[in-house]
Design a protein around this ligand. Sequence first.
Ligand SMILES: Cc1cc2nc3c(=O)[nH]c(=O)nc-3n(C[C@H](O)[C@H](O)[C@H](O)COP(=O)(O)OP(=O)(O)OC[C@H]3O[C@@H](n4cnc5c(N)ncnc54)[C@H](O)[C@@H]3O)c2cc1C
Length: 307
Amino acid sequence: MNKYHHLYEQLIQHTDKDNVLVNEPIREHTYTKLGGAADFYITPSTYEEVQAIIRFANQEDVPFTMLGNGSNLIVKDGGIRGIVMNLQQLSSIWREGDKVISQSGARIIDASRFALNEELAGLEFACGIPGSVGGALYMNAGAYGGEIKDALESTIVATKDGELLTLTADQLDLSYRTSNIPDNGYIVLEATFALKPGNKEEIKEMMDDLTYKRESKQPLEYPSCGSVFKRPPGFFAGKLIQDCNLQGKQIGGAEVSTKHAGFIVNKSNATASEYISLIQFVQATVKERFDVQLEREVRIIGDDVEG
Ligand SMILES: Cc1cc2nc3c(=O)[nH]c(=O)nc-3n(C[C@H](O)[C@H](O)[C@H](O)COP(=O)(O)OP(=O)(O)OC[C@H]3O[C@@H](n4cnc5c(N)ncnc54)[C@H](O)[C@@H]3O)c2cc1C
C-alpha cells in the first residue's frame, strides 16, 4: 500500500477510473525498461482533466511527475511517489494551412509522418526520435542538424497552478537540449509547427536517409535512452568514450554499447542502479583521461530502493 493510496477515490473524481493505475511498474513505460513502480499512473483524456489533476495534486500536496514516452529518462529502482501523468490519450494531430498542430501525447515521429503525408517540409529531422511531442519540446529534441526550435511556432501549456497559457516558441528559451519548461513547471499540451509546402518524394527521401543513418549506427536492438551525454563543447562524447576503450564495459546488466559508444544499453535485465553506476563510471573515466566533464542528456528521476 503506498502512502497516497487513500487519495484514490478522490482522484477518480477527476478522470475515468480506467485512466488511473495504482502501483504501476514504470519499466513498462520507459525505453530503458528500468525503474520501480509509480504510486499512481494517470492518463487523462481531456485538458480539463489535466487541469483538475494538477489542482488536486497541489491541494493535497502530492508529488507530481510528467512522463512522456520515457525515451530520455532513467527511473530509479524505488519508483516514483505520488502522481505520474502521461498524455498518451491526448495525441491528435491535424493541419491548419501550412501548420501542423499536435497534442503533446502524440509521438514526434507521427507528427513528422503526418507532415510528410501532407507534403509539408520542416519536421523531417524528427522522423526517428522516439519521444512524445511534449518530451521533444521539453528537451528541444534534435537530430542531424534540425531541432524543435526550427519548426515550433507556439505551444499551449498548463502552468503549475493548472491555468492554460499560449506561448510563442521564443518564450520557451529553446537551446541545445534545453528549454525553460522544467524551471517553469509547464505541462505541454499542444504544439503548433510552422512548416513549408514541399515535395513529397524529396521529404520522404530525406527521412529514409536519416532512418538509414540511425539504424546503421544506433543499437536499436536493445533497450536504451539514446545518447546518454550531451555533446561537450569541442568534442564528441562517443569519441571520448571510445578512446577510453569503454565500449563493452558492463556493470551488471548495463553495457556501454559496442555499436555506438554514446549509448548505454540494458543488455540483460539491468537495474537502474547498475545503469546509473555505469554512467558515473564513464563520466569519471573520461574526466580522468581527458579532463572533460560529460554532462548527462538523460534525466534521472525517482527514488532509490528503501533500506
Ligand atoms: C533510441 C533512441 C534514440 C534517440 N534519439 C534522439 C535524437 O536523435 N535526438 C534527441 O534529441 N533525442 C533523442 N533521444 C532521446 C529522446 O527521444 C528525446 O529526448 C525525447 O524528446 C524525449 O521525449 P519523451 O516523450 O520520451 O520524454 P520522457 O523521456 O518521457 O521525459 C523527458 C522529460 O520531459 C518531460 N516531459 C515529457 N512530456 C512532457 C510534457 N507533456 N510536458 C512537460 N514535460 C514533459 C518529463 O517530465 C521529463 O523530465 C533518443 C532516445 C532513444 C531511446
